[in-house]
Design a protein around this ligand. Structure first.
Ligand SMILES: Cc1cc2nc3c(=O)[nH]c(=O)nc-3n(C[C@H](O)[C@H](O)[C@H](O)COP(=O)(O)OP(=O)(O)OC[C@H]3O[C@@H](n4cnc5c(N)ncnc54)[C@H](O)[C@@H]3O)c2cc1C
Length: 286
């Protein structure tokens, strides 16, 4: 299948990309790795008249520590996140999540910014970034704003980004050394997309009691779901096998998934409890 014809602009700066977005309005789409947008255009699910390529904008990639956060450029590709020493040392679950996305080609072309802006309910980054309490820096002609992850994912393929905004950076608070992170996924065997997944950030005090737990589940709805009943059941507890299992058994509470060709709703909810248990156990291993 071929996409409908379109004009192409290689932006040289964020400002130029913003000018072009303002000029063309809803007729234009930003292009990053193209691994979600181009297939959608080939299927004629999306037919923008203009593509504004961010791949030619210098300085939009890179991964660095900035104060108490990991700052990841929106154009960082999945493979950059897998191979980054900083990510592996400080936020290993983010590296694990990036490493199970698609295949080698997808990981070398797809960007973290494109993934979160696309907001596919079967994507990996939205889930782990929810567990990690990330935030998103968006720039528009009127300035820059930071959007918290709990406000960012709005619905299927819909985020809080306005049509005239460019996502420039993803910020992940650096977990304290007493905290652990983990990500587990049941993947579709052909594409690698999420059928169900779970991400966890767990911190404990010196006595071993849980002081922070953020648990996110993917595959049960229109976007990542905070497993709040699980988080509440972990709070203040020593995380024994029994406590972890009891908390994880609540991971699908409040969800309303649908049956699809990959799994029944009931099976997805069951797998959410299994993967949540593994993710909590992984985050409390040390
Ligand atoms: C075969 C295959 C398997 C895959 N498997 C998985 C998987 O297992 N898990 C997974 O999570 N994903 C998977 N993906 C999706 C992949 O990770 C995509 O690369 C990603 O979702 C989109 O990133 P991109 O850089 O390619 O974005 P693009 O396709 O270029 O853009 C996607 C959307 O985001 C917008 N956009 C891009 N960058 C910005 C920005 N900086 N600011 C604002 N808007 C922006 C674009 O306008 C577009 O609407 C798979 C894709 C393929 C083709």
């Amino acid at each position: 299948m071929f996409p409908a014809s379109f004009g192409y602009h290689a932006a040289r700066s964020v400002e130029e990309a913003l000018d072009l977005l303002t000029k063309y309005g809803e007729d234009a789409k930003l292009l990053a790795g193209g691994h979600s947008l181009i297939p959608a255009m080939k299927l004629r699910l999306s037919s923008p008249s203009y593509l504004i390529d961010l791949g030619t904008v210098p300085g939009l990639g890179g991964i660095r520590i900035d104060g108490d956060a990991l700052a990841i450029g929106a154009l960082a590709v999945h493979a950059d996140i897998v191979s980054s020493d900083i990510v592996r040392r400080r936020v290993p679950a983010l590296s694990d999540a990036a490493g199970v996305i698609g295949d080698v080609q997808v990981r070398n072309r797809g960007t973290i910014g494109g993934s979160v802006a696309h907001a596919d309910p079967a994507a990996d980054f939205p889930v782990i970034l929810t567990a990690l309490n990330a935030s998103f820096v968006a720039v528009s002609p009127s300035g820059s704003r930071t959007i918290s992850v709990d406000d960012f994912f709005v619905d299927f393929y819909t985020t809080a980004l306005a049509p005239n905004e460019v996502l420039t950076e993803i910020r992940v608070p650096l977990p304290p050394s007493s905290a652990g992170t983990a990500y587990h996924k049941m993947a579709h065997p052909a594409s690698g997309y999420v059928v169900v997944s779970a991400g966890a950030l767990v911190n404990r005090d010196a006595s071993g009691r849980c002081t922070t737990a953020r648990i996110a589940i993917g595959g049960l709805g229109s976007g990542p779901l905070r497993a709040k009943a699980t988080e509440a059941a972990l709070q203040g507890q020593r995380l024994t096998v029994d406590v972890t299992a009891a908390a994880a058994s609540k991971a699908a509470e409040g969800s309303d998934p649908v049956d699809d060709i990959y799994a029944s709703a009931e099976y997805k909810q069951h797998m959410a409890t299994v993967l949540a248990r593994r993710a909590i156990a992984g985050a409390t291993k040390k």
